[in-house]
Design a binder for this molecule. Structure first.
Ligand code: BJ8
Length: 424
């Protein structure tokens, strides 16, 4: 069926038939997993609208901004400092794809035993399925895990790629390396945009991104109440679209949604009865439209109360100090904040173990599901340590490894149901 965006998608060189097929599948998936929920918040209408227009209106906005000279920067990791991009009057969009479409194309250039997230972003590019990637003036990769690091070398044959080096430890010399990298990134962004980053511009950008983090922190805290006022699926979706939508618009709308949640908390009304088993997810990021595990968990008699993940608390936990007077001071504040990220690519990574336990306690979680994407070594190996830390706190954990395929849904359901019964 023709849409008002066909000409735009054609101009972006998308494979129109494959793209139409993808949108159709996603629409059905979204209806089954999201629109079928009862007791949803009125504020989710904004989220549903963003999703319905994610390849339409949002891309049109990006194209209009580009026509006025703005640049679009795509990223795959929460290590890339968005504040630098915004301070140069550019737009940043998250590209981490969470869909299986494109896997066949990806497997022509990547080993099959590569994590689904990597195969997804490479596959989306090779199959011409993603209007975000096609809108980017620069795609920023990073040296986190080996899979991503090496995949960017292949990706660079198809798109303009810039790679940031991310330290793997947190000693003084690592901070120095990160400082050099942030400054190198600033130079690159200034070159691509033609705009100079000043202290005033950077302060403004820090404030904008901090505001988005603050509203997501507020959402996270509201989920500590029992009965849970919002489903884990909806909360994950909010975190996911935070990577795509305009930051100010997102913050304003999610602020209103949190007001609604405040009311629910006051009146003790929730999306599931009080004492429903409360589970927290921890581990690999769930990029849009990866909703498989949350759906399985919430159709197994439990409610998800938090995500210890980059599409969740890891992205929002820490703010950047806004008080720096000079550009140098503000950049130092950025460096400090980003060095606190507790990705499993770091060694050792005691901070993450502490954060998982604190978060599970704060959210009154009855158990934690550790989520690893198949072939993701950093998170799979760290799961052992996470389990040990949770055990000491007497919080049970279930470790799950899966990908984006639907073949294992029944098997996952059996394991999750048994875990829910155990924590009940
Ligand atoms: S800061 S978690 S966004 S690197 S799942 S591609 S690690 S093999 S995504 Fe991540 Fe940045 Fe860390 Fe967060 Fe590799 Fe694992 Fe795949 Fe992963």
């Amino acid at each position: 069926m023709a849409t008002p965006y066909d000409a735009m998608w054609e101009q972006l060189n998308l494979d129109l038939d494959a793209h139409a097929g993808l949108l159709q599948v996603l629409g059905k998936f979204y209806g089954d997993i999201y629109l079928s929920q009862s007791g949803r918040l009125k504020g989710m209408e904004y989220v549903d609208f963003v999703i319905s227009e994610i390849h339409g209106l949002r891309i049109k906005e990006l194209q209009e901004a580009k026509a006025q000279g703005k640049k679009v920067i795509g990223t795959f990791c929460i290590f890339v400092p968005e504040e630098i991009v915004l301070a140069a009057d550019a737009i940043q969009v998250g590209l981490c794809a969470g869909a299986e479409a494109g896997t066949d194309a990806a497997e022509k250039v990547l080993p099959r035993n590569t994590c689904a997230l990597i195969k997804s972003f490479v596959g989306f590019k090779l199959s011409k399925l993603c209007p975000f990637i096609e809108s980017c003036d620069l795609v920023v990769g990073e040296t986190t895990c080996d899979g991503k690091k090496k995949a960017y070398e292949i990706f660079a044959d198809y798109a303009p790629v810039y790679v940031m080096e991310i330290p793997q430890m947190k000693n003084a010399c690592d901070r120095q390396l990160w400082r050099t990298e942030v400054l190198r990134f600033k130079d690159q962004i200034e070159k691509v945009t033609g705009n100079e980053i000043t202290a005033a511009k950077l302060r403004q950008a820090i404030h904008l991104v901090n505001d988005r983090r603050r509203v997501l922190q507020r959402l996270g805290q509201l989920r500590a109440s029992d009965p849970a006022p919002i489903s884990g699926r909806d909360a994950l979706l909010i975190n996911q679209i935070g990577f795509y939508d305009d930051p100010a618009r997102f913050t304003q709308n999610i602020g209103k949604l949190c007001d609604e949640l405040d009311e629910r908390v006051k009146t003790k009304s929730g999306i599931a009865p009080e004492k429903t088993p409360r589970l927290m997810l921890s581990g690999c990021p769930m990029a849009i439209p990866n909703w498989k595990l949350p759906y399985v968990v919430e159709s197994s008699g439990a409610v998800i109360v938090g995500e210890e993940s980059c599409v969740g608390a890891r992205n929002n936990r820490d703010l950047v100090d806004e008080t720096g007077a000079s550009l140098d001071e503000l950049i130092d504040a950025l460096i400090d904040r980003y060095m606190r990220i507790d990705c499993a690519c770091f060694t050792p990574n005691q901070e993450r173990l502490d954060n998982v336990v604190t978060m599970a306690k704060d959210l009154k979680a009855d158990g934690v599901i550790h989520y690893g994407l198949s072939f993701c070594q950093p998170y799979a190996i760290e799961a052992f340590k996470v389990e040990g830390a949770l055990k000491k706190a007497e919080i049970p954990m279930l470790s799950i490894e899966t990908d984006y395929g639907m073949e294992d849904v029944e098997q996952l359901k059996t394991r999750v149901e048994a875990f829910v019964e155990m924590v009940r």
